[in-house]
Design a protein around this ligand. Structure first.
Ligand SMILES: Cc1cc2nc3c(=O)[nH]c(=O)nc-3n(C[C@H](O)[C@H](O)[C@H](O)COP(=O)(O)O)c2cc1C
Length: 282
């Protein structure tokens, strides 16, 4: 249900987003049993307001602001992790989003832009705004994902959260590879509220569970993901090529896996990939 005061804004946003990138169509939510939080980035406070309002009408459970993305093109515009360098603007974007939606508004960010100790000023600045949740990728933008996550800073950040905004859920991210690791971390750091898995999913698509998938299950999952990706190709005209980077997630650790992957890398369509998978009869 869209908030009354946002109805007009929503209408305008719908029109402009649709006109520009067909973005709203791509934000369609499939029936699912899990609440979905939409993540947005940018640097224009008015756009954060419009977007937060629009998302409420689309059935999302929350809005997350991305102040941590290290992508050069995003940072060039002042968005993502570049927000760390403009804290007043970041606060303004957060306030605008929060004022225009009834949904919980959260933030995902990094420790700093180039120095780890920037977190001592940056995180309090965000916590003062009382976000519903604060996810901290425990690295700087400069570190990208090339160094180990700074788990040693967790107690200090927990203390900050407890003092400034105890109601904010504190979620950590960086090097949490799977559920078992997250459970172990939750014993070591009981005051952390959540653990976000990133690249772990590229190693084990079942990383959110404790299930150890068999080769057959991974192949079935690959077939399902091919079907879903084909729908994206048909609907939005996206290229087939990017999905090839992910074949290694499903096809590994069995005799012939390397050969099968090599054959799939030579394909140019979903149907070609399906035929090769069927032929290998795993
Ligand atoms: C291909 C790729 C795409 C990503 N896209 C997003 C994104 O859209 N939003 C986001 O908050 N983080 C994104 N991330 C960052 C991850 O969420 C996570 O912060 C990062 O990988 C560190 O966690 P890890 O060490 O567990 O991988 C992306 C990471 C990768 C590798």
């Amino acid at each position: 249900m869209i908030h009354e005061k946002n109805a007009i804004l929503f209408k305008n946003t719908y029109a402009s987003l649709k006109g520009r990138h067909n973005a709203l169509e791509r934000l369609e939510i499939a029936p699912t049993d899990a609440p979905i939080i939409a993540q947005i980035w940018g640097k224009n406070p008015e756009h954060f307001a419009e977007c937060a309002a629009a998302l409420e009408g689309l059935g999302f459970a929350g809005v997350d602001l991305n102040f941590g993305c290290p992508d050069k093109n995003v940072n060039k515009t002042g968005g993502g992790a570049a927000m760390i360098k403009t804290p007043e603007l970041a606060v303004s974007c957060f306030r605008n989003a929060k004022e225009h939606t009834n949904l919980p508004v959260s933030i995902k960010t990094r420790l700093g832009w180039s120095q780890v100790d920037e977190f001592r000023e940056w995180l309090p600045c965000l916590l003062n705004e009382h976000p519903a949740a604060l996810t901290v990728h425990l690295r700087t933008k400069k570190e990208m994902s090339k160094v180990s996550a700074h788990f040693e800073l967790i107690p200090e950040i927990v203390k900050m959260r407890n003092e400034i905004s105890p109601e904010t859920k504190f979620i950590i991210n960086g090097d949490i590879k799977d559920r078992a690791f997250a459970l172990k971390m939750s014993e070591d750091y009981p005051e952390v509220d959540g653990f976000m898995i990133g690249r772990g999913v590229f190693i084990n698509p079942y990383c959110f569970t404790e299930h150890e998938a068999t080769t057959e299950e991974l192949m079935e999952l690959l077939k399902l993901h091919l079907d879903l990706y084909e729908k994206q190709i048909d609907k939005y005209g996206v290229s087939y090529e990017p999905i090839k980077h992910f074949y290694k997630i499903y096809i590994n650790n069995f005799p012939g896996a390397a050969e099968l992957r090599a054959k799939l890398m030579d394909t140019h369509s979903i149907n070609e990939a399906r035929d090769i998978i069927e032929e290998c009869k795993i």
